[in-house]
Design a protein around this ligand. Sequence first.
Ligand code: CU
Length: 312
Amino acid sequence: MEKLGGIFNPSSPEMEALSSLTLYTIVTTVGILLLIVAAMIYIIIAYRKNPDDNQEPYQNFGNLNLEIVWTLIPCAIVAVLFLLTCNTMKVVDPPVGDHEPDIIIIGHQWWWEIRYPKSGVITANELHIPAGKYLLARIESVDVIHDFWVPELGRKIDAIPGHPNHMWIVAGEPGLYIGACAEFCGAQHANMHIRVIAETEEEFKEWEKQELVIPPTPRTGLAGNGAKLFQEKACMNCHTIMGTAAAARVGPNLTHLNDRQTIGAGVLTNTPENLNKWLTNPQKYKQGSLMPNMKLSPTEVEAIVAYLEALK
Ligand SMILES: [Cu+2]
């Protein structure tokens, strides 16, 4: 699967500030380490025992000026790093005020639910945002502690049950930014990817409009069979498909599954073949996933794939 973007590849003002602070801190501390190691090596060699001289060396009992200097310099370094940190915190966490969240991100074992309360869009694992715009995200969890982290865009933020956190999300440029859950949350913690898809304002509006379309339910043919099976096979106990009786939130909203790039929070790319594999046995691709093996026959799987693919 894709690699996480590095924290030294910032794509937002927040991450640029964090990246430079990290870099300053590393350069300062590594500089101090090198100075100390160099001083130690010099002292070990320059003041080693002279074999011809058995006298005790000259004993020096302190030097007030030196003590003052080596107390003040570290204090100054810490003060500078402290000020830089305060500045960075201001950029990284702009005040929330009474702003209502633009996005609600909800951690589930082991996928992300994404809601846009202002438009009513509900999707999973793929966060669409208009590039260059600050959006306020509220981060929640329904089960255990997860942690939302897209390294190129910002800091980590915990998703804690019963205690929503807030964070501004912004991407400088359109593009795909890969993130992941950064708090161990059980068997499939490693397969809890998040894709941030930053688009131009128009593309985002178009996507949002598309997500709100209620697709007609197919009544005939293979897809029509799939629609019936979806109701009979208890899929509707866990999933939502807009325009049908299925309205559960245990698993991802499947209304516009077609518009997503991956299945299972990044374990499979979203193709009809992979959808077929997933429905045949999700446990094979994501062992421990809260979607059970539904023991569908190959013809049933085919019908349900046709149904999900027909939802446009
Ligand atoms: Cu998690």
